[in-house]
Design a protein around this ligand. Structure first.
Ligand code: DAH
Length: 337
């Protein structure tokens, strides 16, 4: 038989269950257990009708009060659990350092190209451009390399179609620049070039920077001075240079410039093949036939020109012994620059 003690016990049990509930699911279980359709308190409330008349009002009042209290307690507990959940969501430690955001950077070849171009821009040169798919005329013919000239064999050319090649050097940009500008002019032309060649120091695509200066009374001394400044700005003021006679169809006289070895300083080592010198570019005084091809009068205008390989300079500067590293895109390699 239900009495006051039964209700008192039930109250204690039910409130303890509410206190122990850890989440919404636990609370719902407590509700069902006591207040559900077959819940313990629900059963008691149903059975009140069967109690002796003298007990009905007392037990009825207590049971109804317990139902009200339990409902209120469940509601309050649910509110508290929700609030704690929200608090957890904003539980952020504002003193933690931010997530590092990896920054991309220029490819080492681009860095060197920008650096070299900047040296010449400071000396009054401006940037010129030309197409990578080039006419035979600009790549060879106008540069004083006619069809049957043996110098065509110096560069293993990729032919695209009759009369069209992938440019083998940046020198055709000299012709395109002179066709569109009147002298005096000073241009620097960076770009990709292509040759059928591949080993530790050659890739089929590589980069060159071409330079051309045309004015009245340009001398070989101007060429030497300009290139000495370039070498010392690029490799350091202690760098010495030397010029060796060479041959290019588009310059006369032609030279190759060497710098004192960046590794041994000139004493002789593996990198310079014990000579103490490293070849870094070709240059010369613009050939009169090149001026004729663009309609400049060779008796009025004089010029100096040079062409250098960017990969070679980057390899010497950074101490890299395999050119292919530049084009394999390994982040561990690229991140070092
Ligand atoms: N075009 C030459 C090469 O690719 C390099 C060169 C030599 C460019 C002498 C020049 C120059 O402008 O005057 O081998």
């Amino acid at each position: 038989m239900i009495n006051q003690d039964t209700l008192e016990k039930l109250r204690k049990e039910a409130f303890a269950a509410v206190d122990n509930a850890k989440d919404e699911k636990d609370l719902e279980e407590v509700r069902i257990r006591y207040l559900g359709r077959k819940g313990e308190l629900t059963q008691i409330l149903k059975s009140i009708a069967t109690l002796p008349p003298e007990l009905k009002p007392v037990i009825g009042r207590l049971a109804n009060q317990l139902k009200k209290d339990l409902e209120a307690s469940l509601k309050q507990a649910l509110k508290e659990i929700k609030r704690q959940g929200e608090e957890k969501l904003v539980d952020i430690d504002l003193s933690l350092p931010g997530r590092p955001y990896p920054l991309g950077k220029l490819h080492p070849i681009s860095q060197i190209m920008e650096e070299i171009c900047a040296i010449f821009l400071r000396m009054g040169f401006s940037i010129a451009k030309g197409p990578e798919v080039e006419l035979d005329y600009y790549n060879f013919e106008a540069l004083n390399i006619p069809q049957d000239h043996p110098a065509r064999d110096m560069q293993a050319t990729f032919y695209i179609a009759p009369g069209i090649v992938l440019r083998t050097h940046t020198s055709p940009i000299q012709i395109r620049a002179m066709e569109t500008m009147r002298p005096p002019l000073r241009i620097i032309a960076p770009g990709k070039v292509y040759r059928c060649d591949s080993d530790v120091t050659h890739t089929p695509m590589f980069h060159q920077i071409e330079g051309l200066l045309v004015d009245r009374k340009v001398s070989f001394a101007d060429l030497k001075g300009l290139l000495t400044v370039f070498a010392q700005e690029t490799f350091g003021s202690q760098t010495r240079v030397r010029f060796r006679p060479s041959y290019f169809p588009f310059t006369e006289p032609s030279v190759e410039m060497d710098i004192s070895c960046v590794i041994c300083g000139g004493k002789g080592c593996r990198v310079c093949g014990d000579t103490g010198w490293l070849e870094i570019l070709g240059a010369g005084m613009v050939h009169p036939n090149v001026f004729r091809a663009v309609g400049y009068t060779p008796t009025e205008w004089t010029g100096l020109a040079f062409g250098l390989g960017v990969e070679r300079i980057a390899m010497l500067k950074f101490g890299i012994d395999d050119i292919r590293l530049f084009y394999e895109n390994h982040l561990k390699f690229l991140e070092q620059f």
